[in-house]
Ligand binder design. Structure first.
Ligand code: ADP
Length: 312
């Protein structure tokens, strides 16, 4: 069983010829409305990966957007019993995309700011083999969910978007999943980075390779996966050598949701008993498939599609 604790957002996307300037109004293209949010995306990915039961612990409003979000979750096979209804609006991401594919995003968290570990969640969390969270909900909730897991269950944190973590949260992490950018934000300066970058002033995250970043992060957590876009991912565990898993080469159409697909599939494979490297290999193949399709949740591949690509 996987319990994903996190955000659900309706993505409102519009194509624009260019970014609007201050005080400016510009006309865009047709509005697209699709289910997103890191938590919900990752839950959909975990459920579609098959194997493990997947529950989503989150919150939505009492609005139309909530119906879209809940339908997408249950359509993918995610259990939604732990989704609370808030008086706040469902989380909404306002996204515009320019002709050259560059986007700008504003998130109104709404109900996501109210996600909490309530009694129902507290009763369910000990049944999880993997508890997976991200950072679009209150940190206190992330910590509460981690602490409610049973002994032996894994707490996987996708530290996105990156923000400062309390020592209490660091202490709970069994596996940290980050992209390169987040790894740079979170890697402790000094230590492994200091030694690696001894010729620069005390070593700096900016100049570090993924392997150096992984080594620095292993000072804080027992295992790390750094995703590297088209280059796949680096898997590192304390006491072992870092290992790279490849992403099968694909033609990228829309990278939205690639990282979320990776995290969800990784969690499902771990709950199913895969090794970390084995799980990362599947996750990298699933992430690659996700970039070949537009959208976030709509782009998540099935277990069969992922297995086919991972075998190649
Ligand atoms: P994020 O979207 O969080 O920044 P990444 O860009 O690292 O995360 O992508 C996550 C995963 O998606 C990668 O590890 C890889 O498996 C897959 N992926 C992303 N971009 C590509 C690409 N251009 N080609 C193949 N796979 C990709």
């Amino acid at each position: 069983t996987v319990v994903v604790v996190g955000s659900a957002n309706v993505d409102l996307v519009v194509d624009v010829p260019r970014h609007p300037g201050p005080g400016e109004t510009i006309l865009g293209g047709r509005l697209r409305r699709s289910p997103g949010g890191k938590g919900a995306n990752q839950a959909v990915a975990a459920a579609r990966a098959g194997g493990a039961d997947t529950w989503f612990l989150g919150a939505v409003g009492r609005d139309d957007a909530a119906e879209l979000l809940l339908e997408s979750l249950s359509g993918a096979g995610v259990r939604t019993d732990l989704v609370a209804r808030s008086d706040e609006a469902s989380g909404t991401a306002l996204i515009w995309v320019t002709d050259d594919g560059e986007n700008a995003i504003i998130v109104a968290p709404g109900a996501n700011a109210e996600v909490a570990v309530d009694d129902a969640a507290r009763a369910r969390l000990p049944g999880a083999d993997v508890v997976l969270a991200q950072l679009e909900i209150p940190l206190e909730t992330v910590l509460g969910a981690a602490r409610a897991r049973r002994d032996g269950a894994r707490f996987v944190l996708n530290a996105a978007p990156s923000r400062d973590l309390s020592p209490e949260v660091w202490d709970e992490i069994d596996l940290l999943v980050v992209n390169e950018h987040e790894a740079r934000d979170l890697a402790p300066a000094g230590g492994a980075l200091g030694a690696a970058g001894a010729t620069t002033a005390g070593g700096s995250a900016a100049a570090s390779t993924p392997a150096q970043l992984a080594r620095a992060l292993l000072e804080k957590v027992p295992a790390v996966v750094i995703t590297l876009g088209g280059d796949g991912a680096l898997v590192a565990e304390r006491g072992g050598e870092p290992e790279t898993v490849v992403a099968p080469p694909v033609t990228a159409v829309d990278t939205t949701g690639a990282g979320d697909t990776f995290c969800g599939v990784l969690a499902a494979a771990l709950a199913d008993g895969a090794t970390l490297v084995g799980a990362a290999r599947l996750a990298a193949a699933a992430g690659a498939l996700a970039v070949t399709r537009p959208g976030a949740q709509a782009a998540v591949p099935t277990a069969a599609e992922t297995a086919d690509l991972a075998r190649e």
